[in-house]
Structures are given as C-alpha cells and as structure tokens.
Design a protein around this ligand. Structure first.
Ligand SMILES: Cc1ncc(COP(=O)(O)O)c(C=O)c1O
Length: 318
C-alpha cells in the first residue's frame, strides 16, 4: 500500500510526521478554520475530479480573514497542493480533502495578538492538508430521519457563522451527537430566534408550491458551495427557482419535499422531521432529479459543468 502523505509546515511529509504541540493555540481554543473538498473517482474516465476546489479555497481565505488568520498561499497554489496530495496518496476512490488554517503559536492565553508598548503582532498561523478515502456521510440511497436539535445554531455575532471556524463545530458536533443518541440520522438547528438555519453539517432546502425554498444567508448558515450548486442546477437544468428567505420550523412539517446538502452529505432526502412525515415519506421528484443531476455533475459526466471538476491525474503539471 502507498504511503499516506500530508502537507504540513510548507511541504509534503509522511502523515506520521505531521504533528503539532499540545500547546498549540488552535488545539486549546479552537482557533482554526477549515474546508472539506470531495474528489470523485470516475472509473470509466480513470480520473479523479475535485469538485469546485477553488471555491472552497476562496471560502477558506474568507474564513481566515474573518477570524484574523492569514493564509500565505493563493487559491491556485492551494488547489494544486490538494491535487498533488491525492496523487501522492495514489487514491483511486472517492476522497475527502481537508485543508486547515490554524493558530500555530504554542502559547497559553486567549488573545491572538501579542502586544508590546509600541507594537501589536499576530500569533503565527500555519496550514495543513490531509486526505482520506471517503464514502457517503449521510444516506443518499434512502431518505433519512431528522429531529430539530435542542442546540441552537451559533449566532453570527458569537462566532462568524459564515466561516468554517474549527471551534464553531463543537456546536455542530453537539447537535449531530444528540440526534444520533436519540435514534435520528441528523439534527436540524434553529437560530436563536427560532427559525430554521441548517443541518449540523449541511444546508437545507424544502419544496413548497413548486418552488425551492432555503434559509437566507442572514439565518446564520454556512454559505454552502453545494447550496449554490443546487440553486444553479435547479434553475438552469430544471427551470425551478429558489427563494432564499426565513423558514419556520413547522414549514418543515408541511413541506412537499425536504433535503439536506453539503460536500459531505451530497444531496440527502429527508423523510421525517420530529416524527412527522415529510410529503409522502418517499424521495420526492424534485429531490431525486437534483440528486441525479448532482452526481452526474460531480463525477465529471456533465459537459456543461466540466469547469467545476478539476482532473487530478490528467491535470498533473498543468
Ligand atoms: C455547518 C455546515 N453547513 C453547510 C455545509 C455545506 O457546505 P458546502 O456545501 O460548502 O460543503 C457544511 C459543510 O461544509 C457545514 O459544515
């Protein structure tokens, strides 16, 4: 088996050499931000396609900037590191790439700056990247069961909700864990004022009156790349508009269809929320059309969206 590699402290190293100190600021205080990017293996093309990698690295830059961190690599450089990492690992199966920017200073104390009488200096940041073979995160072959989480989604004025801050994911981990402990597949989080925000690691769409509806960007959601993909595919390929607005909890109970979407989750139909059946409890026609389209697109089988799919092996050195 090929050796497993990571990108760490500016170079590719065997994964066991990618280690941080227990004193690392990010490990103690959650001062990091990350991304999740999927690579889809297309066996007919003998090719791996990374889906919308530049968009993920653009968001990583935005997260870092909101969180007072700096990322010294450009989007193009980061995309190439991700492709090179997959090649080094020789993965020829669906893969998940995890880039992380983190406060790497080994220092006790919350502040991300050091002050002297005359200067203010930010603690150092670093960047790492690893990749793992990755199958389905949520079931995409049959609908899943969700509950409304007792944990509210963090408010933007607590931790920037549109960032993928590592510390923010304790909020998501509590919601996901609670849902699974209660026997559900996923938890849907409400905002502090009681409106629907998103799943613990996915954006959410409902179908009502022939339209797609999704919580607006002001509802403390992560501005998902899959969400944007769904909006575009629904409009361009199915002629269905998406309304971005505030969504009530009980609209989920009476919607015709409901699905969650995200890089990890892909598009996962929901059959039940809080033990109330959604629609007829089966995968609805809009959801199943979007699922089919989405998988065609991400696997590099839809020519119109080839620009979203970066070939990893044929793309070497380009
Ligand atoms: C909290 C949260 N919301 C939404 C998403 C979906 O975002 P994307 O489609 O960009 O993966 C994710 C996954 O990254 C997430 O963690």
């Amino acid at each position: 088996m090929a050796e497993e590699w990571a990108f760490f402290e500016g170079k590719f190293v065997p994964i066991d050499e990618a280690r941080v100190s227990v004193k690392t600021h990010a490990l103690n205080y959650g001062t990091g931000c990350f991304e999740g990017i999927r690579g889809y293996w297309n066996s007919e093309h003998s090719e791996m396609y990374m889906f919308r990698a530049p968009e993920h690295f653009e968001r990583l830059h935005r997260s870092a900037s909101m969180l007072r961190m700096s990322l010294r690599y450009t989007v193009d450089e980061l995309t190439e590191f991700a492709a090179e990492l997959i090649r080094l690992n020789e993965y020829r199966t669906d893969t998940y790439v995890r880039p992380v920017v983190y406060k790497s200073g080994a220092i006790v104390g919350l502040s991300m700056v050091r002050r002297t009488d005359s200067t203010i200096e930010f603690l150092p940041d670093d960047f790492f990247l690893f990749a793992v073979p990755f199958g389905d995160y949520l079931d995409v072959n049959k609908p899943i069961r969700c509950c409304i989480s007792s944990w509210n989604r963090i408010d933007d004025n607590m931790i920037p909700a549109r960032s993928k801050a590592t510390g923010l994911y304790l909020n998501s981990a509590l919601a996901k864990t609670e849902a699974e402990e209660l026997g559900y597949d996923e938890g849907i989080m409400l905002t502090t004022d009681g409106h629907v925000s998103e799943g613990s690691g996915e954006n959410l769409f409902i179908v009502r009156d022939g339209h797609l509806v999704t919580p607006a960007r002001s509802e403390n959601i992560l501005e998902g790349i899959t969400r944007a993909t769904v909006i575009e595919l629904a409009k361009t390929e199915l002629g269905i508009d998406t309304i971005e607005r505030r969504v009530d909890r009980t609209e989920l109970y009476v919607s015709d269809e409901l699905f969650l979407c995200g890089t990890g989750a892909q598009i996962s139909a929901v059959s039940e929320v809080d033990n109330r059946k959604v629609g007829n409890g089966e995968v609805g026609s809009v959801t199943s059309s979007l699922q089919k389209l989405y998988f065609d697109v991400v696997k590099g089988n839809h020519q119109s969206y080839a620009h979203w799919c970066k070939p990893v092996y044929a793309g070497a050195g380009q």
